[in-house]
Design a binder for this molecule. Structure first.
Ligand SMILES: O=C(O)CCC(=O)C(=O)O
Ligand SMILES: [Fe+2]
Length: 179
């Protein structure tokens, strides 16, 4: 990790103490993907795949967003893979990520679901009603929106931290170009 990511503020290193990377090769992240989303931009539903230890710590900066969680259409991996692993159309639920929050995804939550961010500028009640972590939200504006209004997305930066067990130049280059 370059100094500018880990020296100050030391938030990246502190993710080690959340236990997110317990059992991973280095016990802390050694890889950071920075994504920038303008309002209206998102990321297609996907699974992060086998190249990583199955844990990710995501720091959100600048804006809230909704991380939508989808299931595969079939529970049976072999069957669904033969059909290209179709997913259900609608998210089962969404996780409201506050700005300046940390989200840890591990184990079954990492492996059995897909995640994505819808391409919208505004989250309405229809979307907010699927939020499963409403009781943990601190921000007053987000809390009141959950109780009946909508939320405008701002520009968001995410730091997606992982422990990549084998890093080679080729692999790092490839991962950097993922959608
Ligand atoms: O920006 C985010 O919070 C999600 C990014 C993501 O899912 C990924 O890069 O694999
Ligand atoms: Fe992802």
């Amino acid at each position: 990790m370059p100094d500018f990511l880990v020296k100050f503020p030391p938030v990246v290193r502190r993710t080690k103490f959340t236990g997110a990377f317990k059992g991973s090769q280095h016990g802390e992240p050694n890889h950071c993907l920075v994504n920038e989303y303008e309002p209206g931009q998102g990321i297609m539903p996907h699974e992060d795949g086998d190249a990583y230890f199955p844990a990710v710590a995501t720091i959100s900066l600048g804006s809230h967003t909704l991380l939508d969680i989808y299931r595969y259409a079939s529970e049976d991996k072999a069957e669904s893979e033969s059909k290209g692993r179709a997913r259900e159309q609608d998210p089962r639920f969404s996780i409201l990520q506050e700005r300046r929050s940390l989200l840890v995804t591990r184990g079954a939550a990492y492996k059995a679901f897909l995640h994505g961010i819808a391409e919208r500028r505004q989250d309405t009640q229809e979307h907010l009603s699927k939020v499963i972590n409403a009781d943990r939200i601190k921000d007053a504006e987000l809390k009141s929106a959950l109780n009946g209004s909508s939320l405008e997305r701002q520009k968001r930066l995410s730091l997606t931290l992982r422990d990549v067990e084998r890093v080679s130049k080729g692999l790092a280059g490839l991962l950097g170009r993922r959608p």
